[in-house]
Design a protein around this ligand. Structure first.
Ligand SMILES: C[S@@+](CC[C@H](N)C(=O)[O-])C[C@H]1O[C@@H](n2cnc3c(N)ncnc32)[C@H](O)[C@@H]1O
Length: 291
């Protein structure tokens, strides 16, 4: 299925269209604006967890050279944290994989100097990790003495459908690791839902509809938000929008936010991963290392 057909099918079949917020010329700018909004804390909590996961990954890799495959690096906010653990003498490498061309060019612009300063070889790959399994394999095709370390982080976007962890499972070689982190709903789901109802976040997630309009899929964005909801059974937050043009709700966002480490671990186990390490940070974020 090409991207347009996939978008159409998601729009009309009530599946999350969040990933289309990032594509298109305005994708990176919209994300950067949202990521810089300090009142929107969801997503910022996870960076502290990432460092713990990297320490564990370095330990499990037992001094083999590392090939990092950073899935959805966004504006590169996590890159300095990752670089701290990479070793140029050992031959470590970094690859950014993202669905968004504008995000990748932004990243290159910002990060070039950091990579050159520490002499780490890096490359970028434009691909949709939900669709292009062969291309992920291609990006991960380093010499067999290397360990691939996949990093998929940042606010559940990549985890909502389960397809990304399943695809990573398909391409992982023995000894490879996958690092995931995700936000917790904590104890107060109403407070988290209220964060999603802020205007700056709503402006960001309607980006997928603006993109749909730009590519001629819809003509008019008129409609109305429903309040954000949390489903305790599925551990998912969802933002729905009534789109007048199609006289139906569309799912602008659906994101996984478990309320316990057990549930977070179970999600990955059910998708075929073996959990090597699991941690919780400050009742706010979870980190999982899969092998
Ligand atoms: C929520 S942002 C997180 C960015 C960054 N990791 C952070 O914490 O700030 C999600 C990132 O994943 C990318 N992305 C979303 N869906 C994707 C997909 N299916 N394949 C590849 N990249 C994807 C987006 O373009 C974006 O850069």
């Amino acid at each position: 299925m090409d991207q347009l057909s996939e978008f159409k099918s998601r729009l009309y079949n009530y599946q999350s269209i969040l990933k289309f917020c990032y594509v298109g010329d305005a994708g990176a700018a919209a994300w950067n604006k949202m990521r810089g909004d300090k009142s929107f804390q969801v997503g910022s909590r996870e960076i502290s967890v990432l460092e713990r996961l990297l320490i564990v990954a370095m330990d499990l890799s037992k001094n083999s050279p590392i090939n990092v495959l950073h899935i959805g690096p966004g504006n590169g906010i996590e890159v300095p944290h990752i670089l701290k653990y990479l070793n140029a003498t050992r031959g470590d490498q970094y690859n950014a994989i993202d669905i968004s061309e504008s995000m990748l060019s932004d990243l290159k612009l910002k990060m070039n100097d950091s990579f050159n300063a520490c002499n780490i070889k890096y490359s970028t790959h434009l691909l949709d990790v939900e669709r292009d399994v062969d291309l992920i394999k291609f990006a991960a095709n380093c010499p067999t003495n290397y360990k691939n370390v996949y990093i998929a982080t940042g606010e559940g976007t990549l985890l909502a459908s389960g397809v990304v962890p399943v695809n990573l499972r398909k391409v992982m070689r023995p000894g490879d690791l996958a690092l995931f982190n995700l936000d917790s709903i904590g104890t107060d789901s109403e407070k988290i839902c209220a964060e999603y109802d802020q205007s700056s976040f709503r402006e960001f997630i309607t980006g997928s509809l603006r993109y749909a309009k730009n590519i001629g899929l819809i003509k008019d964005l008129a409609g109305k938000f429903h309040p954000t909801e949390y489903d305790h059974k599925t551990s998912r937050v969802s933002c729905r929008y009534y789109l007048e043009e199609i006289k139906s709700d569309v799912l602008l966002l659906e994101t996984l936010k478990p309320n316990s480490l057990e549930k977070a671990e179970m999600f990955f186990k059910q998708l075929g991963h073996q959990v090597a390490y699991a941690t919780q940070y400050d009742n706010a974020a979870f980190g999982i290392v899969c092998k």
